[in-house]
Design a protein around this ligand. Structure first.
Ligand code: HEC
Length: 89
């Protein structure tokens, strides 16, 4: 009985990571800065048809309102990444 429980525990596999960002240029910059306070869901659950300035405004808000310490050149990379990966024109 205990052996079976141990076997079950060893057979456990974590569920697939669903809250990851899509691959793309500079995804690692976005991961480094944008997953520090909250999960990727906050990004991946936004509707695809967001307005043109949405991601720029979001990144600015994270920095200005919530105090995310993101250097300006990384902010620009993240905005470009988000517009490519999470915005349908
Ligand atoms: C310093 C902490 C912090 C960092 C770093 C951060 N966020 Fe946030 N983010 C927040 C907080 C706080 C909220 C609001 C949470 C709530 O309302 O429950 C939020 C919410 C959001 C939302 C939901 C919509 C909104 O505006 O409330 C999006 C989209 C988002 N963040 C994107 C990003 C992106 C993109 C980055 C990387 C550039 C980022 N966040 C980095 C703190 C952070």
């Amino acid at each position: 009985m205990i052996g079976a429980l141990i076997a079950l525990a060893l057979a456990y596999r974590a569920p697939p990571e669903t809250a990851a960002l899509k691959p793309g240029p500079d995804v690692e910059v976005a991961e480094r800065h944008c997953l520090a306070c909250h999960s990727a869901d906050y990004i991946t659950t936004q509707p695809p048809k967001v307005a043109a300035g949405f991601w720029q405004a979001s990144v600015t808000k994270m920095v200005a309102v919530f105090g995310a310490p993101i250097p300006a050149n990384d902010q620009a990379k993240i905005v470009a990444y988000l517009n490519a990966a999470y915005r349908e024109p």
